[in-house]
Write a protein that binds this ligand. Sequence first.
Ligand SMILES: [Zn+2]
Ligand SMILES: [Zn+2]
Length: 140
Amino acid sequence: MALRNCVRCGRLTDGRLGSLCPQCQREDAEAFEAVVDYLRDHPEANLMEVSQATGVDADHIRRFLREGRLELVGDPDALQCERCGASISTGRLCSDCTRAMEQAAAAQTRPPVESRPSESPARFHLGRHWLEERRERYRR
Ligand SMILES: [Zn+2]
Ligand SMILES: [Zn+2]
């Protein structure tokens, strides 16, 4: 079993629970639940209010937001788009940048014309064959 260091406390962990050791994983889950609980009752709360009320570090809450696990609608300053700096309530990018990144990714994965497999001639061949067959049938 490969041991790795917990990304939060640095303790060695077997990595079964991802990048956190079991203790940090538990603390993370408890913190997340506390924040979610608080936001359920105070959906418009800002980052500092949530942090003070739950005792969860503001950076920790911000990480939940970055991971897209939480949304903080009441605090436009809590999180900024990593690309353009616009205020966002969850995730890493604003909706405009998300769309732009998706389009860029789509353009990159589309194979360039010259490297496309040579299926067009085969298809043409097949089409001609099919046409000739039909013509034969009409002739009869
Ligand atoms: Zn840990
Ligand atoms: Zn953006």
